[in-house]
Design a protein around this ligand. Structure first.
Ligand code: ATP
Ligand code: SF4
Ligand code: MG
Length: 339
């Protein structure tokens, strides 16, 4: 939050980001891919929400929908995305552009997605501050301070370098510095550490955690790496084949997972496997086709508990704790359906 920002800040009682019943299709020559189905989630102010799920579950699609960076063949068919109480899906292109790099910022898996290879770090980081007040020398001082914060050595000299003159880990640090320089209300990070080795990953996660609590922004953190999610996040959303199958606070999801898919995902997590093994387990079966309509539970073809009902009827979402909500018939008798 900037001191020079006169706009109203979100009240602490309402989530910063509220996604409701979001449905999105991709048009393809083979038909329409239903990549997001009835997705609803909240990102509270100042909190970190992790999104986990196997490849193809719709994590990036969700992140890019919030950022308004979808490809042309994508179509939101239903739902709303309220950010600071304004529906992002009903904004003009001009209004959305005004939010990017100001209230909303993103870090990508490949830092070169965000960096321009033919411009110096300084010129890119000056430009990203175009919404902010201050002279060029003040903006330059902010850049140097932020690069120092993210661990770039000799930032006074290095700001004149080009992206290719940094290692992959340093480039990702620069992207984090760029994203956080504008003090966004919401930072979206899509697999920001997946391309890095384990040591660098730990460093980047700690850096993100420190900067997030310093700036007080919210983060939507997409990752395959459950250990990183456990370390960084307050809440976790589990996606499977375009649907949210379980969500809750980080303790609930990691210590008391209730959806058969969440359990299977955690059982395959290398960080949790105690016995030494050369072959990491995977969840048997494949993610179903997202073409056409799907009756019944989306996970039924891989679920060890599937019954006839699971093939006929889509499960409702059952709220079973203060935060935990699970989309599975097995939870029917524990609590009332919330959706
Ligand atoms: P990963 O972990 O591999 O990054 P993900 O969870 O981010 O996976 P998405 O990239 O969001 O998954 O993809 C969700 C589904 O949408 C997949 O079936 C994917 O093939 C499909 N998809 C994504 N982008 C497009 C596109 N531009 N056109 C058609 N289908 C797409
Ligand atoms: Fe398994 Fe049925 Fe629950 Fe789906 S609804 S996760 S198939 S038990
Ligand atoms: Mg992805």
């Amino acid at each position: 939050m900037t001191h020079d920002d006169p706009r109203p800040q979100p009240s602490s009682s309402r989530p910063l980001l509220e996604i409701r019943d979001l449905n999105l299709d991709f048009g393809t020559p083979r038909g329409r891919i239903h990549a997001l189905r009835n997705v609803s989630l909240d990102v509270p102010g100042g909190q970190v929400v992790g999104i986990v799920g196997e490849s193809g579950s719709g994590k990036s699609t969700l992140a890019y929908t919030v950022m308004g960076l979808l490809p042309e063949n994508a179509q939101v068919t239903a739902g709303s995305i309220l950010f600071e109480r304004r529906d992002l899906l009903n904004m003009t292109a001009h209004e959305r552009r005004g939010l990017l790099g100001d209230r909303l910022a993103m870090i990508f898996q490949d830092p070169m997605t965000a960096l321009n290879p033919v411009r110096t770090i300084e010129s890119q980081m000056i430009e990203i501050q175009h919404h902010k007040h201050g002279s060029r020398s003040e903006k330059r001082a902010r850049i140097i301070g932020m690069l120092q914060r993210v661990g770039i050595p000799d930032p006074q000299d290095r700001i004149r370098a080009y992206p290719h003159q940094f290692s992959g880990g340093m480039r990702q640090r620069i992207c984090i510095a760029m994203a956080l320089l504008v003090k966004p209300a919401l930072l979206i990070a899509d697999e920001p550490t997946t391309a890095l080795d384990a040591t660098l990953e730990v460093q980047i996660i700690h850096l993100l955690k420190n900067l997030q609590s310093e700036i007080g922004c919210s983060v939507l953190f997409v990752s395959h790496h459950l250990g990183a999610v456990a370390e960084l996040c307050d809440h976790v959303v589990v996606m499977y084949a375009g649907e949210i199958v379980e969500k809750g606070n980080v303790r609930e999801i990691f210590h008391n997972p209730r959806h058969p898919y969440t359990r299977a995902l955690l059982e395959c997590d290398p960080g949790r496997i105690r016995q030494r093994t050369r072959v990491l387990p995977t969840i048997p079966g494949e993610v179903p086709s997202l073409l056409g309509s799907n009756n019944g539970c989306i996970f039924r073809l891989r679920c060890p508990h599937a019954s006839v009902r699971c093939a006929q009827e889509s499960p409702l979402e059952y709220r079973i704790g203060t935060e935990q909500a699970v989309r599975c018939h097995l939870l029917e008798h524990e609590r009332m359906a919330s959706v």
